[in-house]
Design a protein around this ligand. Structure first.
Ligand code: CO8
Length: 260
């Protein structure tokens, strides 16, 4: 079985770099999410690991977000299983005790943006061809409350309102301006910058930093934890609607056409 995730762990610095390598665009399938969660969990349990950098080995793309094929023409049972894995990924990353840095080396729509926003710090490649944002409404679907909450916590309420209603995808410069990313660097310096920034974060007394992170994020995490089952049911009944399936089909066709 080919591995969709490669983890390089540097014992001496305590920093792990997780490379997503699921061609062509690191879309988050059930299989991919499961592998990702297992890897994060392993690092979380390893006492010698203190920092995690998430990046992509695929050219031009960080992650295309949730795998649309997991939401199209699938049984309610399968959709439920998939959604549980999406929740799991978010809970693990947003609640991580590790210092997490997203090294966003390419486009990062929807679930890719969500994954980036779970991190403590975001560094993006300064290439105007790339974009990042929660573009769900453009697919005719609705970003769930915890996607929304994560964005509100990152860029504030009004910016999130505009971003979500319009399904905005931001250029790196725009994303920096609204605070969706923290820093832009030339494309070939994304990972080295992430490593430098990590050193700064790791110099902060760990326990104080972890408690502070938890203080900032716990209310948001508790909200999903208390409503996981209802959130799954909500997703399944929404995504299996004929009208929503039709929207997804049209979006998939648009993606193919755009290519031609
Ligand atoms: N899922 C599945 N397949 C995908 C996805 C995806 N998210 N994104 C791209 N692909 C496929 C393309 O269809 C294409 O397939 P093929 O080679 O068979 O034609 C292949 O991957 C390569 O894609 P591109 O040719 O478009 O590659 P580019 O390098 O030109 O562009 C992008 C890369 C920018 C990532 C572009 O592919 C893109 O914009 N993709 C769509 C991204 C997107 O809109 N994702 C949204 C997913 S929804 C989500 O994450 C949250 C949902 C919340 C659910 C709430 C419901 C209640």
């Amino acid at each position: 079985t080919s591995s969709k995730i490669k983890v390089d762990f540097d014992q001496s610095s305590g920093v792990a770099v997780m490379h997503m390598q699921s061609p062509p665009v690191n879309s988050l399938s059930l299989e991919f999410l499961t592998e990702l969660c297992i890897n994060v969990e392993k690092l979380e349990m390893d006492k010698s690991c203190r920092g995690l950098i998430i990046t992509s080995n695929q050219p031009k793309v960080f992650s295309a977000g949730l795998d649309i094929m997991e939401m199209y023409g699938k049984s309610p049972e399968r959709c439920g299983e998939f959604w549980k894995a999406v929740q799991e990924m978010w809970l693990k990353l947003y609640g991580s005790n590790l210092v997490t840095i997203a090294a966003i080396s390419g486009s990062s729509p929807a679930g890719g943006c969500l994954m980036s926003m779970t991190c403590d710090y975001r560094i993006m490649a300064d290439n105007p061809r790339y974009s990042i944002g929660l573009n769900e409404t453009q697919l005719g679907i609705v970003a769930p409350f915890w996607f929304k909450d994560t964005m509100v916590n990152t860029v504030g309420h009004r910016t999130t309102e505009l971003a979500l209603e319009l399904g905005m995808l931001y250029s790196p410069a725009e994303a920096l301006k609204i605070g969706l990313v923290d820093q832009l660097v030339p494309e070939d310096q994304v990972l080295t910058t992430a490593t430098q920034i990590m050193t700064k974060w790791l110099a902060i007394p760990e326990h104080a930093r972890q408690i502070t992170k938890s203080m900032m994020r716990k209310p948001t995490i508790d909200k999903l934890t208390a409503n996981r089952e209802a959130d799954i049911n909500n997703f399944v009944s929404f995504i299996t609607k004929d009208s929503i399936q039709k929207s997804l089909r049209m979006y998939l066709e648009m993606l193919k056409k755009r290519k031609a």
